[in-house]
Design a protein around this ligand. Sequence first.
Ligand SMILES: NC(=O)c1ccc[n+]([C@@H]2O[C@H](COP(=O)([O-])OP(=O)(O)OC[C@H]3O[C@@H](n4cnc5c(N)ncnc54)[C@H](OP(=O)(O)O)[C@@H]3O)[C@@H](O)[C@H]2O)c1
Length: 263
Amino acid sequence: MIDTSRFGPWAVVAGGSEGVGAAFADELARAGMNLVLIARTPGPLDETAAKARAHGVQVRTLALDLLAADAVAQIRTATSDLEVGLLIFNAGANSYGHEFVTGDLDGFRRVITLNIDRQLELAQHFGAPMKQRGRGGIVLLGSLAGYLGSEQQSVYAAAKAFSRVFAEGLWIELEPYGVHVVELVLGVTRTPAMQRAGLNLDLPGMLVAEPADVAREGLEHLTDGPVWVAGGNYEAARKRSGFPRADLVRSAARALRKLMNRP
Ligand SMILES: NC(=O)c1ccc[n+]([C@@H]2O[C@H](COP(=O)([O-])OP(=O)(O)OC[C@H]3O[C@@H](n4cnc5c(N)ncnc54)[C@H](OP(=O)(O)O)[C@@H]3O)[C@@H](O)[C@H]2O)c1
């Protein structure tokens, strides 16, 4: 169970209403951590908050779109009186998939704004006071997709690669100050967002993780950064990091077509 004296008393979960984000909220509330939960849709946000409060912790909810220009200003205001010892940047599943050259640049920009801009802004805003206090943790949600280029999700995959390399840099900068950074890399995980996207999660031999398991694993390995590959996907991540790139990219593309029910 997470040590609230090192990573508390408050945790901010950006994308904390459902799936892996809700599982983090549950796990942290059980450990006695107070929570700020952020997501767009108020219903699931309030439900997750109510479940967390049942463990006796304080919970603030912020129903906002992280893409909004004033999103970070709203988060700063809503947390200005709190000591935030843990940031979990979870929101960020691919929201726009398309062949790049014929795609909508604004759609791609939204993927970048959420996965890169907001991640950087919140990591700096909450990371600076953690460094001063000499304790804290930052968890960035990564993906196996971030290990190689992908058709129809070239920008998402590249954004996840950015996050992983950024996490490594942040880790080496903050480690001497007692602040732990980890890129928590997920493979296919049974979240509501994936189910809404209509992914074929029942392919034979496919590893599908449950949100509660990867959230628990991530918190257990918060001090094992800079990168922790969850859900038994370490070997897949290692293979995807190899050469020759053309073979790896083609074979991952075939697997992704099956997952997404594409010819
Ligand atoms: N599920 C998988 O198979 C899988 C695999 C690899 C990596 N991951 C990573 O794991 C993380 C979680 O993925 P997920 O499948 O649970 O989907 P997700 O769409 O990232 O949703 C996660 C949470 O973020 C919130 N959210 C999404 N967009 C938001 C926005 N613009 N503003 C504010 N909140 C937002 C969602 O609530 P609202 O929709 O109500 O805002 C939800 O609470 C992502 O970073 C994803 O890349 C997932």
